[in-house]
Design a binder for this molecule. Structure first.
Ligand code: SF4
Length: 135
């Protein structure tokens, strides 16, 4: 039985048709380049995703009026969130646990873009970094 996939390796977004053949090998068609075969193999046997999310900023304001009761730093009335991402594609089955770990973070401000906020997340060797500098 064949499976349809869209290769997300580049903006071409080739529509792949993937079929399992003998010895667990794959037959891939619809790819415009060899990376489509690599993508199909990974997607079927060990899917991964780059994870982007936001983490809570720790209380970092000086005036009580500028701070949220929950302790979150606020900017213009909205809680401040720090955009983050994994430094590499993360095993898809571990993404929910990674998001839980990210949402448990309290990031001290100021933070520089590229700062590691979660090193070796879930023992994968992949870090979670801030993607924007926030003062
Ligand atoms: S198969 Fe090649 S050209 Fe097509 S989307 Fe994947 S990487 Fe891009």
């Amino acid at each position: 039985m064949s499976q349809e996939l869209i290769c997300i390796t580049c903006p071409m977004g080739c529509h792949l048709t993937v079929e399992k053949v003998a010895d667990g090998e794959l037959s891939v068609s619809g790819n415009r380049c060899p990376r489509g075969v690599v993508y199909a193999r990974e997607e079927l046997f060990a899917p991964k995703r780059t994870v982007t999310a936001t983490a809570r900023a720790a209380r970092a304001c000086s005036g009580e009026a500028a701070c949220a009761p929950s302790g979150e730093a606020r900017l213009g009335g909205a809680p401040r969130r720090v955009p983050v991402r994994s430094t590499a594609a993360f095993p898809k089955d571990k993404v929910p646990a990674l998001l839980e770990a990210i949402y448990a973070l309290e990031v001290e401000l100021p933070v520089e873009s590229g700062k590691v906020l979660l090193a070796d997340a879930l023992g994968t060797g992949i870090d979670v970094i801030a993607t924007r500098s926030i003062r």
